[in-house]
Unconditional design. Structure first.
Length: 310
């Protein structure tokens, strides 16, 4: 009876049509390389910008979430129930802590962080159990277009990391800047760099080698990911000519190259807009990369040499 049931299940599986509207040949090729959907907590976290802890669904085991004081504890409780790991942004978009000219304002940034001071003890419990993976203290600090034609000086970025640790001493501090952008400063409080690949940044293999080597030399952990929405090479036919979206084939080529390195501690991409991630080719590619992230060696985001305070 058991063998008959297994045979019936197998025949039903074989009879099922190709998923996501793929042709059967492409789907068979993809399935032959792809393990089952990952369960959160294995390998390294895999997710997207903009997802909330309460909204995580397979195949995602992580997210970069903007935190709000009134809802973050509920989101973290939901993430913990899934054994997921969240990168939090406590301060919101650059406009929230910029002056009238668009320049970064450290006092405004600290005020945004201080909104979470009353719940610091509860948040630190989520740090201790790994639900909060890291805090992204700022996005693209050296992009002049974000900061009114200026950049945020490296010592100020390090001061931001130090201030975060006054609230959350054991929470790794991350900045969305690649290691190659961080190599001209001796970081004392920053723990994690972030390499988000776009086709404009050159050959993927060279990019991985450069950024992994840079992170190691600087004693920083490394989060990697892709700009799925605006980082393609134009072959997908999606998006606009200046910032084309990635197609499934691109996502697989770039994503596997990033995951071939054992160094990254998480894979989190931009972003979660449904019109992009629900396209059949993109959805299938993200599912395959999620499985690869599950199989990746578990890696700490806090590397030896980071948080140098001497």
């Amino acid at each position: 009876m058991l063998s008959l049931s297994l045979a019936l299940l197998a025949s039903l599986g074989l009879a099922a049509g190709p998923a996501f509207g793929q042709d059967s040949t492409a789907e068979t090729s993809l399935a032959s390389r792809m393990p089952s959907i990952p369960s959160a907590g294995a390998g390294i976290p895999f997710g997207l910008f903009g997802m909330m802890g309460r909204d995580l669904v397979d195949p995602y085991t992580s997210a970069m979430q903007r935190a709000q004081p009134e809802s973050i504890l509920d989101d973290l409780a939901a993430a913990k129930a899934r054994h997921a790991h969240i990168v939090v942004n406590f301060t919101g978009s650059p406009a929230k802590f910029s002056d009238a000219a668009g320049h970064f304002n450290l006092d405004l940034w600290k005020a945004k962080m201080d909104r979470f001071r009353p719940m610091a003890a509860q948040l630190n419990e989520y740090v201790a159990d790994g639900t909060i993976l890291a805090v992204m203290i700022v996005d693209e600090p050296f992009a002049r277009k974000r900061w009114g034609g200026e950049t945020i000086p490296e010592p100020t970025v390090d001061e931001m990391a130090e201030y975060s640790k006054s609230l959350f001493p054991d929470l790794p501090t991350a900045v969305r800047a690649a290691p190659s952008e961080l190599q001209h400063y001796q970081w004392r409080w920053l723990d994690v760099a972030w390499a988000q690949y776009t086709a404009r940044k050159g050959a993927i293999d060279e990019y991985v080698t450069r950024e992994v080597s840079g992170a190691k030399a600087e004693g920083l952990g490394l989060i990697v990911g892709l700009n799925i929405s605006k980082g393609g090479d134009g072959s997908s036919g999606f998006g606009n000519a200046d910032e084309p979206g990635m197609g499934g084939a691109e996502i697989l080529r770039y994503g596997h190259a990033l995951l071939d390195s054992s160094y990254p501690c998480a894979f989190i991409s931009w972003d979660n807009r449904p019109a992009v991630i629900n396209r059949p080719d993109v959805a299938a590619a993200l599912k395959e990369l999620a499985a690869a992230a599950q199989a990746h060696p578990a890696t700490s985001c806090r590397e030896e040499g980071a948080h140098r305070t001497s």
